[in-house]
Ligand binder design. Structure first.
Ligand code: FAD
Length: 483
């Protein structure tokens, strides 16, 4: 490693027995740290501190002792050294979207990567070099300027890093695999504060574990992604059915998607009708089932491929039309806006049975708040075709991810709405696998981290012992190092 990339932290650690919080940090210590990084260092009371500690889910209200707004890998390395030296809990903030709020911690140091949002495209090589704090809106903006794209999240403010390091579902996944299946290499700051490269050739075990390990093995400061020709227009839209038809529509959806071409992706979501969906007033507030078909190839080929979805039943709205890919990638931003209270419970299904569908339809009858959604993300296609051993993501054979996502604003309703989600989850659990996509776990589910990795869990624990034996990176869905 180039030693110039590794600035030493020259501060004196105080002689204290217990150093679990930052209470003892002296002003001069913080000043020295501030001088050693190029990014801002924020403390409670500083301008920008409140914004920097805020994450997507308003249920999370944590007060870090320090937030360092990193400008590059060197700041990240300095921050890791500093946190280790002073025994500070450390959290890594990418897009800040994780529902469990793992991007921030109380009393510790937050490594805020959001200033590191550069995306540089090599259109000849079809490669994007992306910094660790970029969000999908940054990624799509730069890559679509060249008619290129890679599987990415369906809300533009979600972080590239957090989504990719857990898996990465999106409209292009059945055609081009998960977001992480498109990663060529990464620059990673390890728990030892070193900057290393991870790829199939360099540190291949770290590369394997980073892609799926959801932040357990290091801080990705940049990624190299493969790109593909997409758009600029694709065929997509919403096909909306009344609640009364939901059972039949979901059965059709399951049967159609089990045999659909890989270029077809279609999400399904229960929502309450609202004006932003372009629906007539009498449907506002009513529970509806929306299908969101998408075709990754040409608009002409898409018309034939999506026709069965548009023809089935008696939809009350059909907005399928050629749409700019960048617009598609932002169309759910309002529904999943930041700043509300959220609680998620998620399963994976192999092949949702008729009984599972009936149970879901029954449970969903009255969505408890206007912005609550219950959604299906179909998998298969290129996700299943990828080499199962190439990354730590274990759910290559799962058919569909299913998430119950109440969303509300009044803290007085927390208990009621979390209970609603838990009861819904329990009612559908008998039909689901025991697995779960790690990126959809909430903050109260540490025992389900094993379910998120299944048989891979022990290998990941061994890897954790190798790369992070002290469990320094623990503000995540945590994999404890093997004994
Ligand atoms: C509105 C919304 C839409 C979503 N849509 C999708 C979707 O379409 N597809 C999908 O697969 N998932 C989706 N998700 C889930 C999403 O993948 C996870 O929430 C993911 O963790 C978000 O990443 P982030 O960088 O925004 O989050 P953060 O909260 O910043 O980070 C999440 C975790 O990753 C770690 N982390 C972040 N950056 C780095 C880094 N550079 N290096 C190492 N660790 C890091 C953090 O420490 C934390 O543990 C969505 C979530 C939300 C809230």
């Amino acid at each position: 490693m180039d030693s110039t990339l590794r600035p030493e932290v020259q501060v004196d650690a105080p002689e204290l027995e217990t150093m679990a919080t930052a209470d003892y940090l002296e002003e001069t210590t913080v000043e020295t740290f501030t001088e050693q990084v190029h990014g801002e260092v924020l403390q409670p009371g500083d301008a920008g501190y409140e914004e920097a500690r805020t994450v997507w889910n308003a249920m999370i209200d944590r007060e870090p002792a320090l937030i360092v707004r990193c400008t590059g890998a060197a700041d990240v390395m300095t921050a890791v050294d500093f946190a280790r030296e002073f025994d500070l809990p450390l959290a890594v903030k990418g897009g800040g979207h994780n529902v469990a709020g793992n991007a921030v911690c109380d009393d510790g140091l937050v490594v805020d990567l959001s200033p590191m949002d550069a995306v540089r495209v090599d259109p000849e090589a079809k490669v994007a070099r992306v910094q660790g704090g970029a969000v999908w809106g940054d990624f799509d903006h730069e890559t679509q300027a060249h008619g290129l794209a890679t599987t990415g999240g369906i809300v533009s403010t979600t972080g590239v890093a957090g989504l990719t390091l857990g898996g990465g579902l999106g409209y292009l996944d059945r055609t081009y695999g998960l977001a992480q299946d498109n990663v060529r290499s990464m620059d990673v700051v390890t728990a030892a504060g070193e900057l290393v490269r991870a790829s199939k050739e360099e540190n291949p075990d770290l590369f394997w574990g980073m892609l799926g390990g959801a932040g357990n093995f290091g801080i990705a400061t940049s990624f190299e992604f493969d790109l593909h020709r997409v758009g600029p227009e694709v065929l997509t839209g919403r096909v909306i059915h009344p609640y009364e038809a939901a059972g039949d529509v979901l059965r059709f959806y399951r049967d159609f998607m089990l045999d659909a071409p890989d270029e077809v992706q279609c999400y399904a979501a229960f929502v309450r009708g609202n004006p932003a969906m372009g629906l007539p007033e009498h449907l506002h507030g009513r529970t509806l089932l929306g299908l969101l078909p998408f075709y990754s190839g040409s608009v002409e080929a898409g018309r034939a491929a999506l026709e069965p979805i548009r023809e089935f039943g008696d939809p009350i709205a059909d907005t399928v039309e050629p749409t700019r890919y960048t617009t598609v990638q932002q169309r759910s931003d309002d529904l999943y806006r930041e700043g509300d209270r959220n609680y998620w419970k998620s399963h994976l299904f192999d092949d949702p049975s008729d009984e599972a569908i009936d149970t879901i339809v029954e449970q969903v009858e009255s969505l408890p708040t206007p912005l609550t959604t219950v959604f299906f993300e179909w998998m298969g296609g290129a996700i299943s075709d990828a080499d199962p051993d190439a990354t730590a993501f274990p759910h290559r054979d799962a058919t569909v991810s299913f998430t119950i996502a109440p969303k509300w604003t009044d803290p007085g309703r927390d208990d009621e709405l979390m209970r609603w989600a838990r009861e819904f989850f329990e009612a559908t659990a008998p039909y689901a696998t025991e697995e779960v996509y790690v990126n959809l776990l909430d903050q109260d589910e540490p025992e389900r981290v094993r379910d998120a990795y299944g048989e891979r869990y022990e290998r990941l624990r061994e890897l954790k012992r190798e790369w992070d034996p002290d469990n320094f990176f623990r503000m995540n869905q945590n994999i404890e190092p093997a004994d």
